[in-house]
Structure formats: C-alpha cells, structure tokens
Design a protein around this ligand. Sequence first.
Ligand code: CAA
Length: 382
Amino acid sequence: MVDFSLTPDQESLRDLARKFARGEMAPHAAECDKTSRFPEEIYRKAHEVGLMNLNVPTEFGGSGLGLFEQCLIVEELAYACGGMTTSIIANCLALEPILLGATPEQQRRWLAPFCAEYHLASFCLTEPSGGSDAGALRTRARKDGDGYVLDGEKCFITNAPNASLYTVFATLDPELRTKGITAFVVPREAKGVTAGKDEEKMGHRASSTGTVRFEGVRVPAADRIGAEGEGFSIAMRTLDQTRTPIGALATGIAQAALDLAAGYALKRVTFGKPIAEHEAIQIKLANMAQAVRAARLLTWNSAWTIDAGGRGTLESSIAKCFASDAALHVADEAIQTFGGYGYMKEYPVEKLLRDAKLTQIYEGANEIQRTVIARELLRGYA
Ligand code: CAA
C-alpha cells in the first residue's frame, strides 16, 4: 500500500527544519536579499544542528539521511529563504561525487574532517563556454608524473567564493567528449586555484556564486575520483540524486507564495468584501494550491523511487522541472493577488519570484530536463 503519512522520525526532522527555518533564517531573509549578504553565522548554525551534509553517512559525521528525509528538510528551509537553502544544501551536491565514486579510504580522508567542522564545498562542472552541454567542458587535466595538472575556468559555482573544497570535472582529451571527463577533489588552498568574486544576482542573494580558475594546479592521482573517463557518469549520477531536493526547494518557495497570497486575500477588501470572496481570486488560489501539491507529490515520488534503489533519472528530472515551473507560476500569481503591493520590495512576494526563477535554471536548465525526460520516456517505447 502506498502511504503518504510521515513516521515520527520524519516528523521530528521536519519540525527541526521548520523551527530552524522560521527562527534562524526567516528573520534575516529580507535583509540578506536586500544587501546580498552571505549569512555565514546562519550556515554555521545549520551545520551545528545537523542540517548540512544531509547525504553524508553518519560514520563520516554527516546526517546520513535518505532523499525523502532530505526533501522534507529542504522544503521547510526554502519556505523561509530559497537563497540560504541553496547555500546550505550545496555541500550535498559537491560531496555526492565522493559518495558515488571515491574509494572508502578517500571517503574517510575527505569527508570525516570536512564534516567534523563547518566547511563549504562546491561542485565545479559548469563552464563559461557551454553550461548545458556538460560533455563539451574544456577544463584540461594533463597527466604529469604520478598526477595531473588542471587548467581551466568554471563559472556560476554555488558557494565558490566561500568554499574550502572543490569537486572538479576536467577532460583528459576534449576529442573524447564525455569519455574523457574525469573527476578530482581539489582543496581551495592548492597552488594555482583562484576563486573569483561573488556575482551580483537577481535572486538567491543570500547565497554566493562565483568563478573558480585553475592555473597549473597539480593534483595527485590519489585525489582523482573514480577511473579516468568516469567523470561524466559520476556527474550525471550526482545530478540524478540532487535534482529531487531542488524540486523540494521549489515546492517550499511555492508554498510560501500560496500562504502569503491566501493570507492577504482574506484581509484585503475591495468592492465591499475580502478579495478571497471574489471568484477571480478563488480560481487563482485553487490553481496555486493544485500546483504546490502536485510539485510536492512528484518530488516525494522521485525521492521514494531513488531511496528504493531506482536510478531516478526520469523521476528527478520530472520533479525538478515541474516543481520549478510551478514555483515561478505560483509566485507570479501571488504577486498578482497582492496587486501593486506585490510589485513593491516592501512586501515579501517579489523576492519569491526572483528566487523561483533560478530553480528553472540551475542543476540543469528545464530545457535539459525536458530533453532527459523525453529520452528516458522514449526508451520505454522503442
Ligand atoms: N546516469 C548515468 N550515466 C548517464 C546518465 C545518467 N543519468 N546520463 C547520461 N549517462 C551516460 C550515457 O549513458 C552515456 O554513456 P555511454 O557513452 O557509455 O553510452 C554517456 O553518459 C553520455 O551520455 P549522453 O550521450 O546522453 O550525453 P550528452 O552529451 O548527450 O548530454 C545531458 C546529456 C543530459 C544533456 C547532459 O549534458 C546534462 O545533463 N547537461 C546539463 C548539465 C547540468 O545539469 N549542469 C548543472 C550543473 S550544477 C549547477 O547548477 C551548479 C550549482 O552550483 C547549483
């Protein structure tokens, strides 16, 4: 029997995240958005209470949670601030290649000290010349004695300006396309690594995003993740895992937009009655509520599929794509419900629209998700 009720453990995780989100994050969300401040003190507290490194097994100091539990947490955090949530969960993205492809010795070496204290890591795949076409990346890894030398530049990297560890995808030979891509772990302090300035963004302004340059960076063979040429598969399998929590993040933003719109509609009076009594607004709220619930259910379905051992490529792309489109639509309708006030920065709904927009772009633009969905779908008909 399919059962959508939460276990007592899942409920207490969700309550912990809700308490943290509403008590620690929400009071600072508007200020961090306005000033584009990276609230490191909040991220340190998230680490302290076990809301960071959610996917890392407890033996290495992480939270060791399944994807379903991660999604419960991420939705609660994103309800308070999408940008802060992106920075809090970026370690899950950056460390997943290590969980998927590293040896037990490498996992112990990198994950245990990393999780023991607050540290940030970044996932370095995207490049200026072609973000969506990950197989065409140009960062070179040249063999050098018993190691490699990396040269190239990554862009739009979450937490890059603040991270101390990078998981980096580079090619041994661009002619080989996806078959030449290899994954490495590179510490920030390695000679030749330069993290660029924090980019000025439309939304998610409490998170940091930047470039990372690698100029003649020497990486020992012991810091390669997986085999030579295995990097593309590691990157794709990582994204299969991490796109589902992006569905949860988008759902959190959408739920916040719906709650604000409904609350406002009950108070705001026009033509002698609250606008919630006008059919035009009721239809909006009804459609928003359907979108939020469908986004959550698709996200839960994807998390459940992957936790049950499925690959989840199709389900995670569907969840990420649907929930992010829903979040943008629901945030837009929330602004429309607020009318002119919704367009003003003094009210919280316009931030939700700006934050929702990124969820359609990062971790694979929704055009790529639709490509993945169509490919996976058609496989079943061939
Ligand atoms: N799992 C395992 N293997 C996979 C896979 C998956 N999900 N997807 C593809 N592969 C394998 C294929 O089976 C194939 O293997 P063989 O050669 O052995 O047959 C190989 O990888 C190549 O696959 P494709 O031919 O499908 O490759 P492609 O070049 O056509 O590209 C793509 C596929 C899906 C479009 C890929 O380029 C892609 O996902 N692009 C988007 C990248 C992305 O999401 N970037 C976001 C980065 S994270 C971020 O946003 C930053 C941040 O900090 C938040």
